[in-house]
Design a binder for this molecule. Structure first.
Ligand SMILES: [Zn+2]
Length: 312
């Protein structure tokens, strides 16, 4: 049984303090987010997380991708689609992932234990398009397919250069009922094409109305929230046969509540998850990203997951 995170970690921006950083700052090349990535990586590793993220510290899940994609423009924090969506102007997250990977290596003095590693995370095409405004595309579905081809460049770059444990696509919009599931699935097929590492899809929210569709996606891991949601666990239990062959990312601490979850409640939930899914097919993680939690609370939540995991 392994543990992971959904992705984001709280950001604490540090001003340049060392002489080298101050010098970089003078030339406009100091990167305040590097410290945040370091903090996110070391916190996850200290807490015992097996498959970590770079903390996704550079901004919200839509604009951190849309700002690199020709055809999309950001104004007042909103993404607008103004022309045909094309391939990204460069790699989006590869540099941060490589830095995070080097930190893992450093943390373990060059001997990274088996099963520990990093994952690449992208926001899914359906979620990005449904969070954007378009005057160019007559229908969102064409935009979703074009964006899937665009994001495929990033996914391939992550696979080739970072060699992650797996790649995760975040598609929270799939639980809203607003998305055409056939097109969403086609978009994931485009991303999954030829991939040699496992592909995961994170969908937060209640899956009651969409689980049958989600079970049909061409992914190896489906990640849902089970702590801050009292519907999903029953849906999983009653329909486990539908998810046959897939691993389940099992959100077991509530990322919407900024205090530490109860040990007893979390342990009970995890035991129930293991009974339903089986130890070999379950990945423990928080319900969603932890961006909004205070740093110490985010750390405690991750530590709690691993304390319970280590007892099993
Ligand atoms: Zn989520």
């Amino acid at each position: 049984m392994r543990s992971t995170v959904v992705g984001s970690f709280p950001v604490e921006l540090k001003e340049a303090s060392s002489t080298k950083d101050k010098l970089l700052n003078v030339f406009g090349v100091y990167d305040p987010y590097k410290e945040s990535i370091k903090q996110a990586v070391f916190s996850q590793l200290d807490a015992g997380i097996d498959i970590i993220s770079d903390g996704q510290v550079r901004g919200d899940m839509v604009s951190s991708f849309s700002k690199f994609i020709p055809g999309m423009k950001i104004e007042d924090g909103n993404t607008y689609i103004v022309s045909k969506i094309r391939k990204p102007t460069g790699e989006i997250s590869v540099k941060d992932l490589l830095y995070a990977k080097s930190l893992i290596n450093k943390y373990y003095d060059g001997n990274v234990p088996e099963g520990k590693g990093i994952k690449g995370i992208i926001t899914g095409p359906s979620t990005i398009i449904h969070s954007s405004r378009t005057s160019f595309y007559k229908n969102k579905e064409d935009a979703i397919v074009d964006l899937a081809y665009s994001l495929k460049f990033e996914v391939d770059a992550i696979e080739k250069k970072v060699k992650p444990v797996y790649i995760q696509v975040d598609e929270p919009f799939l639980s809203t009922g607003m998305v055409d599931m056939k097109v969403a699935r086609e978009a994931i097929d485009i991303i999954a094409e030829g991939l040699s590492v496992p592909l995961a899809m994170h969908v937060c929210g209640t899956i009651d109305g969409v689980y049958k569709d989600l079970a049909r996606f061409n992914v190896d891991i489906l990640d849902f929230e089970f702590a801050g949601n009292n519907v999903n666990i029953d849906v999983l239990e009653n329909n486990i046969a539908l998810f046959n062959g897939k691993k389940i990312g099992f959100g077991c601490v509530d990322s919407a509540v900024n205090e530490l979850d109860s040990y007893e409640v979390t342990e009970k939930l995890i035991s129930r998850g293991i009974d339903i899914v089986g130890e070999d097919n379950i990945l423990l993680d928080p319900d969603c990203g932890l961006r909004r939690a205070p740093v110490d609370v985010a750390f405690s939540k991750l530590k709690l997951i691993n304390e319970i995991k280590d007892k099993h």
